[in-house]
Design a protein around this ligand. Structure first.
Ligand code: ARG
Length: 248
């Protein structure tokens, strides 16, 4: 249809409009985080976050393209201009708010402990004292474990992805993993042969809220995201996607 328009309205006026229409926002996501963001057999990034994002973009009337982006350095891509939005199960924190802007929250999460062989005595977060614990570097899981064991504790083993941290637990290198509940539960449930056990501690772990992050000051894009989030919450689209992944 672009060509037809050009023929109908010749001249410079049509060019900027066409450019605005074709703007595709590049979205960074660390796709090793099932069921929120992961790669399917074709290598496409799929998952709950991607479905929510696409629905938001649909309602907001803009286009997005999700690009698999390593967690390490993911926020720097906003300032560098390589990514317009980060949608990666990112917890909204006061510290992060200083260097980026967040949409309204779209998901509630909490930290969850997974433990395996040698971790039979672990019943609460406090019980991780004196144990080796694996986390994904720079996550809120990393932050809570730092508070318990100390920032520079040699008992904290950091990995670039949560699946790698869980592998370390399976290999017996640590006695526990602390990570986002949805992802930890998804792994433990889908890999019964690994014989892992989940330990909830709603006393020690506070609720966390996922938001979509944009470059600080990009109010225009933030407004679009928030409008879309509000729309999919209001018309039942969000609940539908939620039920598809979490059963309710
Ligand atoms: N919610 C946690 C945080 O913001 C972990 C997010 C990790 N996301 C990912 N796709 N690896 O720190």
């Amino acid at each position: 249809c672009g060509q037809k328009d050009e023929a109908a309205t010749p001249g410079a006026a049509s060019a900027p409009q066409a450019a605005a229409e074709e703007k595709v926002y590049v979205v960074g996501s660390d796709a090793a985080y099932a069921p929120f963001e992961y790669q399917n057999e074709k290598g496409e990034v799929v998952g709950f976050d991607v479905d929510v994002l696409n629905a938001v973009a649909d309602k907001g009337g803009f286009k997005v393209k999700v690009v698999n982006t390593p967690w390490e350095g993911i926020f720097a891509t906003l300032d560098q201009g390589d990514r317009d939005i980060i949608v990666s199960s990112v917890t909204i924190t006061d510290e992060r708010k200083q260097s980026m802007d967040f949409s309204e929250p779209y998901f509630e999460a909490r930290q969850l402990i997974a433990t395996g062989k040698g971790g039979e005595a672990i019943k609460s977060f406090q019980d991780l004292k004196g144990k080796k614990v694996a986390v994904q570097t720079g996550t809120t899981g990393d932050e809570v474990v730092q508070k318990l064991l100390g920032k520079t504790s040699p008992d904290i083993k950091r990995f670039e992805s949560l699946p790698l941290a869980i592998k370390e637990l399976e290999n017996g290198g640590v006695q526990a993993v602390v990570g986002d509940n949805g992802v930890v539960a998804n792994y433990v449930t889908n890999n019964p042969q690994a014989n892992l056990r989940m330990v909830e501690d709603t006393q020690s772990f506070q609720p966390e809220f996922y938001g979509m992050a944009v470059k600080k000051g990009n109010q225009e894009l933030l407004d679009k995201l928030n409008k879309g989030i509000q729309a999919i919450k209001a018309d039942g689209t969000y609940d539908k996607i939620h039920a598809q992944y979490f059963g309710s």
